[in-house]
Ligand binder design. Structure first.
Ligand code: ZN
Ligand code: FE
Length: 238
């Protein structure tokens, strides 16, 4: 059995540990200590480190984790110079198998030029980094609204029951923004209740199904990139 564990790190980031029969992979370890503690507690051997993009809050723990565990680092070819210690560079539509599961690479520029997402069909899981958040999307640091919008279309083309594992716990503030844009969206209102309950219980609001995001995430309701750009600018000053 394969399990995916969200590990809260830094202020509001998640690293995700994928566990399968004593072995593990980690996505976006922004710092090493909480990941090492988790691996130790469960007696797991880290075999792979996956990186979605070069920002420090996603790769800050890579060097230390690699030094201690000798895990192999997989990340975007387009950010080769900006992520330390990469052993395998991946591009659009590449596939690789780790922990007995196949992963497919989606190039999703917008937040950074080389941002990628990892999709594991057998796990019904997509690791979306800072591209798609629950009820939001990443800021446009290195790309255009058009690029981000196209990147989001790639993610929404995945099956509706795909579980979205994103890089940050921004869900509650994102939900407030979505409600300001779509005050009459009843599915969104129900998701807000669920989010508040989860946070009050100290639990992550992730993963979330793609179908829930399609119903509630206003950035996915932009029917063209101009509307998307408008929403992204509105959210920047929300
Ligand atoms: Zn980022
Ligand atoms: Fe981030």
């Amino acid at each position: 059995m394969t399990h995916i564990h969200p590990i809260p790190i830094l202020n509001d980031n998640y690293a995700y540990v994928i566990e399968n029969t004593g072995q593990a992979a980690v996505i976006d370890p922004g710092e090493a200590p909480p990941v090492l503690t988790f691996l130790k507690e469960r007696g797991l051997t880290l075999t792979h480190i996956l990186c979605t993009h070069h920002h420090g809050d996603h790769i800050g723990g890579v060097t230390e984790l690699k030094a201690i565990t000798h895990a192999s680092v997989i990340g975007p070819a387009a950010e080769q110079e900006r992520i330390p210690g990469m052993d395998k560079l991946v591009r659009e539509n590449d596939t690789f198998t780790i922990l007995g599961q196949e992963f497919k690479v989606l190039e999703t520029p917008g937040h950074t030029r080389g941002h990628i997402c990892f999709y594991a069909p057998s796990l019904k899981a997509a690791f979306t980094g800072d591209t798609l958040f629950s009820l939001g999307c990443g800021r446009l640091f290195e790309g255009t609204a058009e690029e981000m919008w196209e990147s989001l279309q790639k993610i929404t083309a995945l099956p509706d029951d795909t579980l979205i594992y994103c890089g940050h716990e921004y869900t509650e503030s994102n939900a407030r923004f979505c409600m300001s844009v779509e005050p009459d969206n009843q599915v969104l209102a129900a998701r807000m209740t669920e989010i508040k309950d989860l946070r009050a219980a100290g639990k992550p609001t992730l993963p979330v199904t793609l179908s829930s995001e399609k119903a509630c995430n206003v950035f996915l309701h932009a029917n063209k990139s101009a509307r998307f750009a408008e929403l992204r600018a509105l959210k920047d000053s929300f």
